[in-house]
Write a protein that binds this ligand. Structure first.
Ligand code: ASP
Length: 340
């Protein structure tokens, strides 16, 4: 497995991370390699580096979030950035202010990066056209959730050391899942084979056009895959239930211990959270020996540190203002040497 020292971070020049569809394999690997360097900081006694000191990151969340929001916040703080938290509820959105007006007003306070979660597909791309700050998509409707897929890839690479030829099944509500879409783009670029599994109403055959295999039979897929990524049913994006009942769905598609008995001995069980225990995955499997669910969450902090570092660095080099000092080395910890 290559590490950050083998690959120049020059592969990354983007001011925004809007989705993985537009990234090259080299750019994806540049993020993973950078994250690898940052992951070590979590094990230090003082978990902070000065890399983004003096920079401001805005977490703008127009949709609910637990892991993504907290880990972006923590990632920015570990890089010594100042963090502003913005939520739709309690803001002037209720008074009719548009996303762009809100963002430009916040930007006028002096902002380096926006992290945006929004229910509208393409919201981050629209924001990126209206602000000078870097923009990171933290989930836009059912479109993309790039940092979730990057942390999934990071976790897979830690265990499997490769993507080429890896068999990955993504199981569940593919139709409404931004996590599935970002994973599909990235895994295929890196040489993995992706099978999408679920009922025909949630995994229509048109997904085969993306280069994936489509299956409606989880038991047939389980024995041959290296990774099982279990997804929640996105009820908030469905007008009506797309299958007869939750019980019926679980009977056919929940990952249970009995089903897992037929899997490879080193299969990885993943889930982006939030888990609906007993629906798409049994509690025993979610907490079992194959599960890397909490490792995914830990990886999320390092991956988001890497993303924030890379986009802010790209933004500053594009500006070429020369007014601000160049960013410090990503993992040098002055804070560690001189605790204040
Ligand atoms: N947390 C992920 C997302 O925001 C997955 C999910 O909600 O099911 O898309």
């Amino acid at each position: 497995m290559s590490d950050a020292r083998d690959r120049p971070r020059g592969a990354w020049t983007r001011r925004h991370l809007l989705g993985l569809r537009e990234l090259s394999a080299e750019e994806i690997l540049a993020v993973l390699d950078t994250a690898r360097g940052f992951s070590e900081i979590s094990g230090r006694s003082i978990r902070k580096v000065p890399t983004l000191r003096g920079r401001v990151v805005v977490n703008a969340f127009y949709e609910p979030s637990t892991r993504t929001r907290l880990s972006f916040s923590l990632a920015a703080q570990r890089l010594s950035a100042d963090v502003l938290e913005f939520s739709k509820s309690g803001s002037s959105t209720a008074k009719g202010e548009t996303l762009i007006d809100t963002a430009r007003n916040i930007e006028a306070m002096g902002v380096d990066a926006f992290v945006l979660r929004h229910s509208a597909p393409g919201a981050a791309a629209v924001l990126a056209r209206h602000v000078d700050a870097a923009v990171v998509n933290a989930g836009d409707g059912a479109h993309e959730h790039p940092t979730q897929a990057l942390l999934d890839l990071y976790t897979i690479r830690e265990h499997k050391q490769r993507f080429e030829g890896l068999e990955v099944a993504i199981v569940g509500d593919i139709s409404h899942s931004r996590v599935a879409r970002s994973n599909i783009w990235a895994l295929q670029k890196l040489g993995a084979r992706v099978t999408l599994v679920g009922p025909p109403t949630l995994v229509p055959s048109r997904f085969a056009e993306l280069g994936c295999e489509v299956s409606h039979d989880l038991d047939a897929v389980i024995p041959r895959v290296d990774v099982l990524n279990m997804l929640r049913i996105q009820r908030e994006r469905q007008g009506r239930l797309n299958f007869p009942s939750t019980k019926e769905y679980s009977r056919l598609f929940a990952l249970t211990e009995r089903r897992l008995e037929r899997a490879k001995s080193d299969v990885l069980v993943m889930h982006p959270g939030p888990i609906n225990r007993g629906v798409e995955i049994s509690p025993e499997v979610a907490d079992g020996k194959h599960s890397v669910v909490l490792e995914q969450v830990s990886a999320g902090v390092a991956v988001r540190m890497a993303v924030l570092f890379l986009v802010v660095q790209a933004k500053e080099s594009a500006q070429r203002s020369g007014e601000r000092p160049a960013l410090a080395s990503p993992v040098t910890s002055e804070t560690n040497r001189r605790p204040s």
